[in-house]
Ligand binder design. Structure first.
Ligand SMILES: *Cc1c(COP(=O)(O)O)cnc(C)c1O
Length: 478
């Protein structure tokens, strides 16, 4: 393939030597230079015409003040959580660490396009190149940095499939923080190598529900065989952080500041597509709590909100845990025990325990408040997909493009393929951009189940959430 060198000159830039901003593209892969890594995070709250609904205190139901969160998070992150500034500078120390894998490549899936015989162009952002193998490292580094900077020594967290725990353990090792991870028991048993990776980075991993916390013991008393859930693991991690002065809590998705840290993905993709000379018509991300989706989509959506082109923006979630497509939009707890603030979001109810599907990172009862707001306003779309169809798409992708998608990311692959086939049926060109949020090297046993035909589609039981929705905190308040 022909290699062209494209130079971006910056008129008037004091270091205007074009070589400094050299990027190469051979149509297949577009790489930015280190200097082109974004220097700010983009905060979409600045461009929304309506204010976000405030988070409420779990005990009083009153809007939360910044000091309410101080037992859990460093002040810098609380400020970011509540900020309305459009751009927030990325600290030098964070950029230094991110540089070891960023900017990440943008790749055009030419082999997949040929295989599908589609007139559509398909681009994907490769986030599996981080040390932990997913986009989660983008926020893990920032969160570990701010905690370290404010004198914190330990962080507790939860992890589903293990990507977030791996990312935070690695970032903790960089900044000298002890990291304790409550890992959803179902995944702990399914993914021993993820646990070993966390331990290799120096993290401590406990299967959740555990006997170490009140929240865990309560669940075990009622359900001794509980496979756990993200909501339960969050309760355990929050409980431990609240009980110790030297310990904070960190969350790998959902919160405003986490989405903010991920916007580096979309900012890079915008520059890369500009170099490629393409403008996406549809932007796709898989959706668990909303962070990789938001990270890719928000910079593009922000441009639209400021008067630019409108693009279709699609979040894809598992059919077995259909928060955005079947949930209700209301205030709910982020965890099972009701210790976190109440946030307005699409939710299946905080005591909904999703079935153990392989895309563990997508099994969350709630969604990011910002993503929820955008969906409610009709600015984005949501779809759901069954896991068998997602693995089928992931295998098609691996056999053409070579990269093995994480089971979570396979939901985005599936939607991108569907878009490309729709373009073919309509005989129309279309530029598709999706986020390949992580690699699936630790998920081969799930691929094995798919190949053996033992991977089923787990039906979503509408009845199973009736009970959970009846327990919505605001419903009981009348
Ligand atoms: C955690 C994870 C997800 C889901 O989380 P979001 O916050 O919705 O991005 C998706 N893909 C991968 C690879 C993950 O590790």
């Amino acid at each position: 393939m022909l290699l062209q060198i494209v130079t971006l000159t910056r008129p008037g830039h004091p270091l205007g030597d074009p070589k400094e901003h050299t990027v190469s593209t051979n149509q297949k892969k577009i790489i930015l230079s280190e200097q082109d890594m974004p220097k700010v995070w983009y905060n979409i709250a600045a461009d929304l015409a309506v204010p976000l609904d405030p988070p409420l205190h779990p005990a009083t139901g009153q809007p939360l003040g910044p000091t309410d969160l101080e037992p859990l998070f460093p002040r810098a992150l609380i400020q970011q959580e509540m900020s309305a500034e459009r751009h927030i500078e990325i600290p030098h120390e964070v950029r230094q660490v991110l540089h070891s894998w960023r900017p990440s490549p943008l790749i055009r899936a030419t082999a997949l396009e040929r295989h599908l015989d589609t007139p559509a162009k398909i681009y994907f952002k490769l986030e599996g190149v981080s040390p932990s193998g997913s986009h989660k490292s983008n926020t893990a580094v920032a969160q570990a940095f701010y905690n370290h900077a404010e004198g914190i020594r330990r962080i507790t967290t939860e992890t589903g499939a293990g990507q977030w725990g791996s990312a935070l353990s690695q970032a903790g090792a960089v900044f000298g923080l002890e990291v304790k991870i409550f890992m959803v028991r179902g995944s702990y048993e399914q993914k021993p190598y993820r646990k070993l990776l966390m331990e290799t980075y120096g993290g401590t991993v406990v299967p959740s529900p555990s006997r170490e916390t009140l929240a865990g013991r309560r669940i075990l008393a009622a359900h001794p065989d509980s496979p756990g859930s993200l909501g339960i693991a969050i309760s355990e991690a929050v409980e431990e952080a609240l009980g110790r002065d030297d310990t904070h809590y960190a969350l790998g998705s959902v919160l405003n500041h986490v989405l903010l840290h991920q916007t580096i993905i979309g900012q890079e993709a915008m520059k890369q597509l500009e170099i490629a000379g393409d403008d996406p018509d549809v932007i796709i991300g898989c959706h668990g709590g909303g962070s990789n989706f938001a990270g890719l989509a928000f910079p593009f959506l922000g441009a639209h909100l400021r008067g630019g082109k409108r693009r279709r923006i699609v979040a894809v979630e598992p059919a077995s845990c259909p928060t955005l497509t079947k949930g209700v939009y209301d205030y709910d707890f982020g965890d099972t025990a009701g210790m976190t603030p109440l946030t307005k979001m699409y939710t299946l109810g905080h005591d909904f325990v999703p079935p153990s599907i392989h895309a563990g990172g997508l099994r969350y009862h709630g969604a990011a408040p910002i993503v929820s707001k955008l969906l409610n306003l009709g600015l984005i779309e949501a779809q759901s997909a069954g896991q068998v169809a997602c693995f089928e798409a992931a295998v098609q992708f691996a056999r053409t493009e070579g990269f093995l998608p994480a089971p979570e990311s396979s939901h985005a692959v599936k939607a991108a393929i569907d878009e490309a086939l729709a373009a073919k049926a309509e005989g129309k060109e279309r530029v598709i951009l999706f986020n390949l949020s992580g690699h699936g090297h630790f998920d081969l046993s799930a691929y094995d189940s798919y190949f053996r035909g033992t991977l089923g589609d787990v039906d979503f039981e509408p009845a199973s959430i009736q009970h959970a929705l009846a327990a919505l905190p605001m419903a009981s308040r009348g």
